[in-house]
Design a protein around this ligand. Structure first.
Ligand code: ZN
Length: 463
């Protein structure tokens, strides 16, 4: 990781420019960055023959230059999760926080210059968002969530009542309009940009709370939406089953996380609100658990009983329909579980192409421009245009030809955020020497330290 370089103006020449708007690539693209801002974008002929000597001129020799990526469903505080108690009971907040810091570094190294937090343990995301913005730690721009808002008996209420544990880290339990309103206000007080509401259940990790069951009424969802919108905050809902999707669409939830069981009627309801609503499928999680769940310790008998295969198939069809209906569907895959660890974020972009009907260009627009709109930072990032911040990814290859190249970190030659270089395989001059590359081990460390399934889950405990 190469931290902090002085604000040397930079001129990139001879890029294959993919600007994130969906426009055709420009073969001889040139981008000028001064301080933290993109000050000029054009072709070679738009720039003088001998660029001003005060610029650091970088000939990209046909490499791709594109906007930094946006991960649409990110949990920096999750790591090595194999079962739900890993998210609350097994680790102290201090250790979780340090791992979250390392996960933010990792996301930046993977070319992600912005992330949408989709739920956080404790106040970790809010705190780290501020520390990143202050320059204390490296990391992507973040729309930060607070603790999840969940109904009693909802998906996150997994501790048996007689344990008398309650919940410390992940969720605030709230029932009825008054409690939901209070939970939203509590999150606002704590500094959240995004309020995450748990509307339906889930396929495997919480048996007894299936995806088709809805835990919140329209009135409860509506009060959360109204309260958040009054304060200019965003509401994101964990919602899988079709009834829940329709309630969330009706209430005006901003971000539908998953929406995998959306039928044609639900797709039409979302499409009607497409200027105000996003869908983030989170299907990297499904791909991972279906491919690697058994090797990660889920007994085959348990795997066979899950609804994940069905949800994956229905979800891919639903995302294709939503795309065709003009809805902004943004890649984001719930990374942080043992079967979909941090660092594999760009797998989601590939799945958009291979399984959800997106062209490579549509998938790139979804993970740049639409992603920046999701995190409400389209004035800063998401496209390569004059006046935006210098959030830039240089790839040694063409992602339109091979979308999987975005997962190959040896091909990510440059990651710049806010005009500062964090990954530099181009030999750019920097004032500070690069810090040794030890932090890449964080992925290995997380997997090695992932807890074995030693505790009974709520589903295994007699109530
Ligand atoms: Zn999630």
């Amino acid at each position: 990781m190469s931290l902090l370089i002085p604000d040397v103006p930079t001129l990139f020449l001879n890029a294959r420019l993919i600007d994130g708007t969906g426009a055709d690539p420009v073969p001889d693209g040139c981008v000028q960055i001064e301080g933290n801002e993109i000050t000029k974008v054009g072709r070679r002929a738009d720039f003088s023959d001998s660029p001003n000597g005060n610029f650091r001129v970088v000939d990209l020799e046909g490499r791709t230059l594109m906007p930094g990526l946006v991960e649409g469903h990110f949990h920096c505080s999750f790591w090595g999760v194999r079962e739900l108690p890993d998210l609350d009971l097994k680790l102290p907040a201090e250790r979780t926080t340090v791992y979250a810091v390392k996960n933010l570094e990792l996301a930046l190294r993977c070319g992600y210059t912005s992330v949408a937090s989709a739920g956080a343990l404790h106040r970790i995301d809010v705190t780290l968002r501020d520390l990143v913005d202050e320059g204390v730690i490296p990391g992507p721009r973040m729309a930060a969530s607070g603790r999840d808002v969940c109904a009693t008996s909802g998906m996150l209420d997994w501790n048996p009542s007689f344990w008398k544990l309650g919940m410390d880290g992940l969720a605030i339990f709230a029932d009825g309009v008054d409690e939901v309103r209070r939970a939203v206000r509590q999150n606002i007080k704590e500094g959240a940009d995004v309020i995450k509401l748990y509307v339906t259940g889930e396929g495997l990790l919480r048996p007894g709370v299936p995806p088709e069951e809805t835990m919140y009424s329209l009135e409860e969802i509506q009060v959360a939406v109204d309260e958040a919108h009054k304060r200019n905050r965003q509401i994101a809902a964990h919602v899988r089953g079709v009834d829940g999707v329709k309630l969330c669409a009706e209430a005006g939830v901003d971000v539908l996380e998953h929406a995998t069981y959306a039928d044609d009627e639900a797709v039409a309801m979302i499409a009607e609100r497409k200027d105000d609503m996003f869908v983030v499928p989170g299907l990297g999680y499904h791909w991972g658990i279906l491919e690697k769940g058994v090797e990660c310790g889920i007994p085959p008998g348990v795997m066979a009983k899950t609804e994940y295969q069905e949800e994956w198939e229905l979800g891919c069809v639903a995302m294709d329909k939503l795309r065709k209906a003009g809805v902004r569907v943004v890649p984001g895959g719930d990374y942080g579980f043992v079967w979909c660890p941090h660092g594999e974020y760009a797998k989601d972009i590939e799945l958009f192409v291979t399984d959800m009907g997106f062209s490579p260009m549509e998938a790139i627009v979804a993970s740049t421009k639409h992603g920046s709109e999701l995190v409400r930072m389209e004035h800063l990032t998401g496209t390569i245009e004059e006046g935006k911040r210098g959030d830039v990814l240089v790839v040694n290859g063409d992602p339109l030809d091979d979308i999987t190249i975005l997962q190959d970190r040896s091909k990510l030659d440059l990651v710049m955020k806010d005009g500062k270089v964090y990954v530099n395989n181009l030999g750019l001059e920097q004032e500070l020497a690069a810090i040794p590359d030890l932090m890449m081990d964080i992925e290995k460390i997380q997997l090695e330290n992932a807890r074995p399934p030693t505790m009974p889950t709520a589903a295994e405990v007699q109530h």
